[in-house]
Every structure is written in C-alpha cells, then in structure tokens.
Design a protein around this ligand. Sequence first.
Ligand code: ADP
Ligand code: MG
Length: 703
Amino acid sequence: MQNFEKNASPDTYFGCNVFNENVMRSCLPKKVFEAVMATRRMGTPLPREAADSVANAMKEWAVANGCTHFTHWFQPMTGVTAEKHDAFLTPIAGGVILDFSGKELIKGESDASSFPSGGLRATFEARGYTAWDPTSDAFIKDRTLCIPTGFVSYTGEVLDKKTPLLRSMEAVSRSTVRMLRMFGNDKVQRVMTNVGPEQEYFLIDKASYDAREDLILTGRTLFGSMPPKGEEMDDHYFGNLTQRVSDFMRELDVELWKLGIYAKTEHNEVAPAQHELAPVYTTSNIAADHNQLTMELMKKIALKHGLVCLLHEKPFAGISGSGKHNNWSLSTDDGQNLLDPGDTPQDNMQFLLVLCAFLKGVKEYAPLLRLSSASAGNDCRLGGNEAPPTVISVFIGDDLQRVLDAIESGKPLEGFGKERFCLGVDAMPQFRKDTTDRNRTSPMAFTGNKFEFRMLGSADSISCFNFVMNTIFSHEITAFCDELEKADDFNTALHELLVRTIRETKDIIFNGNGYGDEWFAECKRRGLPNYPSTVESLMQYDRPEFVAIFEEMNVLSRAEITSRKEILLDNYSKTVCIEARTMLDIARKKILPVCISYTKQLCDAVNAKNQLSPALNVSTAVEDALVSEISDLTAGLFEAIEDLREQIAMAGREHTVIEKATAYRKTVVPAMERLRTTADALELLIPQDQWPFPPYSEILYNI
Ligand code: ADP
Ligand code: MG
C-alpha cells in the first residue's frame, strides 16, 4: 500500500479510479454530460455523437491515469468476469496515436462460441457482441480502462448475467411507476431496485493452500476430519482481527474505495478463519458489478499478504459455509423506500400493496428463487444447520404479522407502535426497537425496510437472484395494476385485493425456527416445494408458467431460458466431475500409499517385538489392533476408489445434459461421500507427519 493512501483520508481518493459523474461533469461538454445523465437516469439511448465525445474523454482521462489499454468487461455465464485487452494504439505514418472511438466504446466483438451458450451456440453463429452499459461507471484496473458491458449473441440472445438484470430493472420501474400513479403520485419517473450484498469468505495461509490439491483444483477440501476445536465456543464471530487479517482488510478497503465501492462493515464470521464484508447498498446493477470486483480484489489482495481467499460455499465439511446475503429494496427517484412500513403500516396502503405483491410473487414462483441460488457449491451448504433450508418461506416478524392479521379479520389493531428500549442505565441513550427481531434461519427475511435473501452462495453472482426477484415482483405488480385500474371504487377494490392476497399467501410466511425438524414436517403439510439439490431445482427453469413471466416482462425469451438451464446443468456436471476426479487422484496417489506404508511400519514393529525373547513377554496388542483397523479401512478405501471410478465412467456415458447431471447427483456424489468417510477415518489413525496434506486444525488456526 502506498503511504499517501495509508495516511490520507478516504474521501480524498474515493472513486479516483472511476470515470464517474464528477469526472464526466468536468470533462464532457455540457450537452453530452446531460445526455449521459439522461441515459443513466431514464434509460434513454445515447446519441452516437455523444458516444464519440464520451469515448474521447474517457481515453484522455484513462491515459492521464497511466492506462495503455482498454477492455470491455463482461459477465458471461462462466460466473466470473471476462476481459480482452486492446491497446489504445493506432498506427499512423511515422508513428502511433492513442485512439478510442465511440464505436469501440459502444460495441465490441467477441467469439461467443468460446463461452457457455447452451443450445444457442449450436443454432446460431458463433459471433457475439459486447455492448456498453452506460449506467455503470467505467473504471481503471491494472492500467486498463474497463468498460462494463452486456454480452449477446449475433442474433441478439443474451449470453451473460448483466443484461437480464438490466432488463428486469426496467420492468420493475415500468410496473411500479404505474402502481404509484394509482396512488396519485405524478412526480416519480423511475423506481430503482437496490442491493446490499454481504459477502462471506475464508482466509487461509498460502502454504496450507499450496499443500492441498483439492483446494487448488476445486476451491474446497474434499477430505479432512473435524479438528478437535470447531465453532462450539462461539469465539470467532465479531472476534478481534489478527494483524494479518486486519492488514488485508485495510488494503482491500483502500483498493475498493479507489474503485468507488462503498466497503463499509467488516468482521470475523462464525467459523474459524471466516470473515464478512458488507458494502453500503446501491442500485442492483452497480451492486452486481461491484460485488464481482470485490471478489476479484479479495483474491488478489489476499495473495499479497501470504493468504488465500476462499470464496467456495463450503470449503470445510463440518464447519459453517459461506453465503452472500442479498438485501433487496425498492426506491423512487423522489427518495421513498417503498418497503418502509412507516410508523403506521396498517394505514400505509402503498406499502401493503408492495408487500402483498412481494409475498404473492414469492409464493407462486418459489422454485425460481430456489434455482437462482443453485450451484454445486451451494448444495454443500443449503439445508445444513448453518444455512437456510432448501424450502422457500418468508419471515415478516410479529409486528407485520399482526398488521396483516388485522386487515384480514377486519378488526382494529390495538397497542401497535414501536417500543423503546431502556437499558436501565440513565447515562445510556434510549433507542427505538426495530419492527422485526432478527431471524437468522429464514431464507427470506423482512428486516425493517428491505428483504434479506440468505440462500445465495458466497461465490455466486448476485445477478440471477435479482433478475428473478425483479421479474416476479414486476409481474405481480402489473397484475395488481390491471385489476385495480379497472375498479370503479379504488379503495374498496384495493382492500379486497389485500385481504384476498393475505389469505392466499399465508402458507409462504413462517416466523419460527427454519433450522428445526418441525419446520420440515410443516413444509410438507403446507405442500411447499422442496428441491434439495441444484439438479432438481434447475429442471424447473423452463416450466411454462415461468417462461411466461420472463417473456411478459421482457427479461428472457424461451430460447434464452433453455440455454441457461443447459449451461447451468452442464456446469454442475463439470464441477462434480472435476471434484470426483480430484478425489480419485488424491486417494489413489497420496492416501492409499501412505496407508500401506504405515501398515508396513506397524508390521515391522510387530516383527521386531516378536524377535525379542519370549521371556520379556512384550505385548504387540496395540500394533495388532492398529494394523487390523487400518487394514480394514484401507480395504474399504480401495473399494470406495474403485466404486467412484466406476460411477464417474458411467455418468460420463450418459447422453443428454439432464441425464448427465442426474447421474452425477444420484450416483457420483454419494460415491464421493463414501470415499471421504473412509479416508477421514484413516486420517485419525495415521501419524500427522505421514498424512499427505495439512489437517483442518492447521489450516483453520494458522493465520
Ligand atoms: P446484518 O448482518 O444484520 O444483515 P449488515 O450491516 O452486515 O447487517 O448488512 C446489511 C446490508 O444491508 C448492508 O449491505 C446494507 O447496505 C444493506 N442495506 C441496508 N439498507 C438497505 C436497503 N434499503 N436496501 C438494500 N440494502 C440495504
Ligand atoms: Mg445479513
């Protein structure tokens, strides 16, 4: 870290690597600046001449800040970002000039066939385009000007994670402005969706990482028995930061702030070596871009501190995994948070309508929300005792529940109002109690003025959940508007609609403990859908009623949905296949030989003892017992290896993407579990210095 940043106040360099509104105001002609701002605020297209002017100003600014290259920065379906760097150089007679045109800013070409495209690649040309997203600021990374872009095929099908999110934000704005008009609001022009994503991650020592093939190849440990100390003492959550972790966080903050990312809250998480970073929330699209950059920088900066940042959802079995809480809300361009209940929610019809649209959407389209968080990594976490169950429900808290109950029953709400907290010490301030208590177990919790979706995995892009949520919400609000606009008496119709929706959505609300067994029984009774793994949940993607709302809201076409389903299922199969092959490699080449050689050492010890005079009466009972136990387990290990090899081969012979994914899920994953159980039992019996990789206790407590 440079010294000036160490000592400088963050406001002096915040956003210094971003071509943001301030920079544009100072370097663009007034008319062009206003055109860009209109594009950002209203989504109106930018005229071509204005784009030329912006491109030139961007280049001047980037070059002045040390850049030599530019890239369209996009988010293909691989889940990570992609970039292809071009120098600004253009040859002229006798030399070069630095050049960057509006055309290069607006559009880039890329070979779409090298990125996942599902069925689209087979049907259409390989050509793909990246298209500038003027709503997200260009920024500098590694002396390269990065321009956020969407990615589409030659025929216009979406091949990325950003474009559907942008489309869904348009849908929310359109439908919600329409709703606000019914309440007499003529001013609001635009409604934004906002996200604050809380990012969990692990930091481990680079040396431990380098000694583990599983971490290097798959991002998680595929073997490893529990350390003697896990999370039972609750001493890591909010605990003191070690110096190395603190240095990492400070440097990360500085780099994020330079990129205009509002990194705000940092703390140790529940598991040893686990941490969290939460930014201040912002518009969904920008939050999604920022979250990608945050993950990238976490990995890079960790390395500078001799650490490795693990973003996998479940790096260590038996230890809490990592998620990404997605705080979702709606705001208007006149500053209202549409999820703010206010002091008297029972009279706040606009809030109640928004809430009902949300609840109805979640109830009707729960499988879509479930699949928006589906991945092989997240399968290891969801439904465990540290993460939300795989069944979607909503927590609204007691206060709101009473409001809904009162509206439904038509009885007045008594004694409602925010309580004040008194800590019993006069010198300490009194403060108001939140409308909802914290419920850490619900997949979707109302937290005062926003909904927190807790199912997302730590490595996931937030785009999918948000475009799904936005689509569902817009669909419901549109249906409400269709009904209410036709009504003769708005207030009566509104009241009837609320009562009906409250009745219809009861089953999706659950305010209790989502980790308990009773809830699972209750889910069954209520008939709530449960898709325990990625494969079952992704299969739902192209159900006719789901395709209908994506098409209605202009977010995804049927072809785009089918392609996404294929890509994600294929990605699942490949992930499991790589993990399974890595397990085989480690088990055969590293674990098995160690077991055999240690057995031999024990046998040698028995033989040596047997050479001693019988008169000494030396017992070989310990060695005998160990040899016997280890031999049995080693035989089991060999069997499990052969079994896994067979299952991988069989899954590989399946034909369709769906058959393959199903085989990996149904046969390969259980075979991996069997192999792991045996190997982990052996780890407990073999001397530490002979075991081929570092144990959990060393990895988790060594930073
Ligand atoms: P907790 O751990 O209690 O969930 P944090 O402070 O870790 O709380 O994170 C809360 C997150 O919610 C932050 O990213 C914050 O910016 C975000 N947030 C707060 N208000 C809103 C809102 N209206 N819309 C979206 N996100 C919000
Ligand atoms: Mg949270």
